[in-house]
Design a protein around this ligand. Structure first.
Ligand code: BMA
Length: 845
């Protein structure tokens, strides 16, 4: 039986885990690897984990895949076979062990693994973990480990010929490999191969903990009752003791007789007065480190640590007057989910560093997000991603890796999918962040609404067969695996549950609302099209100029240049973006200004939607925009670009996701002011409204005391704008709405009465200054102070040539205010000589 081992290894030397307390997770084999085009050419140095594209780049065989139009020139790589090899020295300490196993945590994708010329693994699924007993094959001294990758495109071309009919999604649906690698509307095509996750070697005697799963049975204020489910491998029958410890103290112990082979042993334990795990914004995301210890004859043989969160989480779907609810209840409290859709952070995910994970998820948490959806066209993320989500209180809506396509239902394919699902459910089920397992992205919608049957000329028998295969995977196999290997979380077959053409998409389940963008509906449609849980919506923008500079030269800075066209992956992307821009802005001729305004357009869309969805609480209980991040630099729906620069949409989404939100909105001739609270406490404060012109003259004001109930959305103020705007020029005024307590502002929002292009803005005259004490402090944060006598819209700060980001940007400044902004340089960035550049909307008109 294949086990999910977390260890295996190789290197020039086998190192016995040198620990006081033994732990049989193995040693990573990350050194001394080489690669070559199969049977051809010289062997070159390789990085493992890694992939062919990044190895070719590091060896200067190819140029930067993201630069210019290089993508087109690098397509040959996918049609070649590739080989990797490493020497593995097995010393006496390894050879003496009763069991030696090799573990491959990820092979992308069609890989034959040879150890000393014996074929030990035939891999065909990027998402699986492969382990092999190599005791009989490993020789004392030097061994050779060789991994031969067959071209993934050639492999499926042959299989497709055998299968007959084409399926929506193209031949790659036959490959269990990340879909976005084949090109997506935000991604280039780089169909890579490689050892993309660690290889380990694991050598042990007697017995080991193959897996430890901590299952929560019940929780009250006084105690949490849990069960530790050990899976033990033993080489021979033996008496053993299993113990559960927390912070050094034993919580439970059992003695048992192990049989040779697999043993399942359960051990109940309790945590008294448990500190609960809460999501970001609601409380501490407390984690307990629970240690499982295996001992025999008085000695510890193995141990495994799990970080768990004690919490209850339910998906509540109950019929109500308008449909069926769809919300998550955490520790008994309904929680509005705020966040975004997550896509792999790189076309070559093996090169994403710990710093990049920390930085991205740190920004998600800073923005107030409490849920991310790991989208089905990418990858099951690595453990670090989920560890960080656990720490930051970010729940994960976890798709299985199927997107926008139909898949075959033959036995071999189903077997592969089953293995993949079991591997990943087992790997991730201890994480408190995992909220829900979802079968796929947009396949139910695609089958019922995208005209595939006609497009592919399917007969009704074909359709019955293809939908039957869908049912096998998404309505039988995956929910079966979730029930059997988790059983504590809901399974949701497809996101969205109804296509947007169906009225039910607004009354039950989750919804992707693409009427805005794909159908060209105005942003105001977000105020009307309110579902129970919005799991996708969005608008594109260009990344900022510093990101564009990484992949182009100034001569390319035109929408129609070959390089910009090559980087725009969405059909009609620029055209749709320009058409939205023209509705509210003048479309700038100058590229720099176009880039900047594109971000303002995206920010307007995201702000409008998040606020509308939050105002509709509790009818609507989730708002996840498309998309958080990017896998390469190019125009896309992301709010943080490939290099980690937040776009305008990031800052506006952050404001819109604030726990207390004041949200003024125009509805015909009415100005409506809502306050939304995601706080668990009643907040006493003030609602301050002011109508002011751009030099600061207040023509109308209102101040009222407010008591904001926990978890609420209410209308606090209503006014007829015809009276209110009667004596002012609406092109020269703005409404400032603010909720504040006696000592601090909680939320501020501005409302305009004409489109941005019709605002009669004064030219600002402000000189930014570094705060003297901070200026130039090496490695430190820079404080920048800005002041302006007149109103300034969409202030954009940049720090040419310096990597880092501002804690606020693309903001508006009320007349006479002073704003202090921090610049957080990337690690290792020298900020001496930093110069800040400032522009605002008035500069681009
Ligand atoms: C969503 C996603 C992706 C796509 C995005 C933008 O529906 O599921 O398929 O990238 O739309 O079109």
């Amino acid at each position: 039986m294949r086990t999910f081992l977390t260890a295996l290894v190789l290197g020039m030397l086998f190192v016995q885990p040198a620990c006081v307390e033994p732990d049989t997770r193995g040693t990573e084999l990350g050194k001394g690897w080489e690669f070559r085009q199969a049977s051809k050419g010289p062997w070159r140095k390789a990085v493992v984990p890694g992939c062919v594209h990044t190895d070719l780049l590091a060896n200067r065989v190819i140029g930067d895949p993201f630069f210019g139009t290089n993508e087109a020139r690098l397509q040959w790589i996918e049609s070649e076979d590739w080989e990797y090899r490493a020497r593995l020295a097995a010393g006496p300490e390894i050879m003496a062990k009763e069991r030696v196993e090799l573990l491959f945590e990820g092979l992308d994708t069609y890989a034959d693994v040879y150890l000393n010329d014996s074929l030990v693994v035939r891999a065909d699924n990027m998402f699986r973990t492969w382990s092999v007993d190599c005791k009989g094959i490993l020789r004392g001294g030097t061994n050779e480990l060789r991994v031969r990758f067959r071209s993934p495109v050639k492999e499926v071309a042959e299989r497709r010929r055998a299968l007959g009919d084409e399926l929506p999604g193209g031949p790659q649906v036959l490959a269990r490999k990340a879909a976005y690698q084949y090109g997506w509307d935000f991604a280039p095509r780089f169909v890579t191969s490689g050892i993309w996750r660690p290889v380990r070697i694991l050598a042990w005697n007697e017995a080991r903990i193959a897996d430890l799963w901590i299952v929560q049975r019940s929780v009250t204020d006084d105690r949490a009752d849990l069960t530790a489910r050990f899976e033990i491998d033993a080489t021979a029958p033996r008496r053993a003791a299993l113990e559960i410890r927390e912070g050094g103290s034993p919580l439970a112990r059992v003695e048992t007789d192990l049989v040779a082979g697999k043993n399942d042993v359960s051990l109940d334990f309790s945590v008294l007065k448990p500190r609960l795990w809460w999501t970001n914004g609601l409380g501490e995301s407390h984690l307990y480190s629970i240690r499982g210890v295996l001992a025999s004859e008085g000695a510890v043989i193995d141990q495994r640590e799990r970080r768990i969160g004690i919490r209850t989480l339910e998906l509540v779907r109950e019929p109500d007057a308008r449909g069926t609810s769809f919300f998550f209840k955490l520790n008994g409290v309904p929680v509005f989910m705020k966040g975004a859709n997550y896509v792999p952070q790189d076309c070559f995910p093996s090169r994403v560093t710990r710093e990049r994970y920390e930085s991205l998820l740190g920004k998600a948490a800073d923005a107030g997000m409490n849920m991310l959806r790991v989208w089905g066209g990418g990858i099951y993320e690595n453990d670090l991603f989920y560890d960080l989500c656990d720490e930051k209180g970010i729940l994960v809506w976890q798709d299985f890796m199927f997107a926008c396509a139909m898949y075959p239902g033959d036995d071999a394919f189903l077997e592969s999918v089953k293995g993949e699902a079991i591997d990943n459910v087992r790997r991730l089920r201890n994480h408190p962040c995992i909220a829900l397992w979802c079968g796929n992205n947009e396949i139910d919608e695609g089958w019922h609404h995208w005209g595939w049957q006609r497009q592919y000329g399917y007969s009704s028998a074909d359709s019955t067969k293809i939908w039957g295969d869908y049912r096998k995977i998404f309505l039988e196999l995956l929910p079966g695996v979730v029930e059997r290997y988790d059983g504590t979380r809901p399974y949701w077959p497809s996101s969205p549950s109804h296509g947007r053409a169906e009225p039910a998409s607004l009354t039950e389940g989750d919804s992707h609302y693409w009427g805005v963008w794909h159908d060209g509906e105005p942003f105001a449609a977000f105020n009307e099209k309110i579902p129970r849980f919005m799991s996708e919506f969005g608008v594109e923008s260009f990344p900022s100029l510093p990101a564009i500079m990484h992949f182009s030269r100034p001569g390319d800075w035109r929408l129609d240049s070959e390089v910009m066209v090559a980087h725009q992956k969405a059909a009609r992307g620029d055209e749709i973006l320009r058409s939205y821009m023209a509705r509210d802005y003048r479309v700038p001729e100058d590229f720099r200004s176009f880039v900047y305004v594109s971000q303002l357009v995206q920010a307007d869309a995201v702000k409008t939607a998040i606020e509308a969805e939050r105002r509709a609480k509790p009818y609507c209980m989730g708002s996840l925009f498309w998309q958080l991040d990017d896998c390469w630099p190019g125009p896309s729906w992301s709010c943080i670009d490939y290099y980690g620069n937040p776009k305008a949409a990031y800052y506006r989404a952050r404001d819109a996701m604030s726990n207390i939100l004041v949200s003024p909105v125009l509805n015909g001739d009415s100005l409506l002011v809502y306050i939304v609270s995601d706080s668990s406490e009643t907040v006493h404060g003030f609602l301050k409204l002011q109508l002011l012109d751009f030099s600061g003259k207040i023509s109308w004001a209102d101040l009222q005391q407010v008591e904001i109930p926990p978890s609420s959305s209410d209308l606090y103020f209503k006014l007829d704008t015809r009276i209110f705007l009667a004596n002012v020029d609406s092109t020269k005024v703005v409404l400032s709405a603010e909720v504040l307590t006696r000592d601090k502002p909680l939320s501020r929002n501005l409302c305009y009465f004409v489109a941005p292009k019709d605002l009669d803005l004064p030219k600002p005259n402000f000189a930014p200054s570094f705060v003297p004490a901070e200026a130039g402090r090496p490695g430190g944060v820079l404080s920048i102070r800005l002041s302006s006598k007149v109103f300034v819209k969409d202030v954009y700060l940049s720090m040419p040539g310096i990597e880092g980001y501002f804690d606020d940007n693309f903001f508006d400044m009320l007349p006479g205010t002073v704003v202090s902004v921090q610049f957080i340089p990337s690690e290792r960035t020298d900020i001496s000589g930093a110069r800040v550049a400032v522009t605002s909307f008035a500069d681009v008109r």
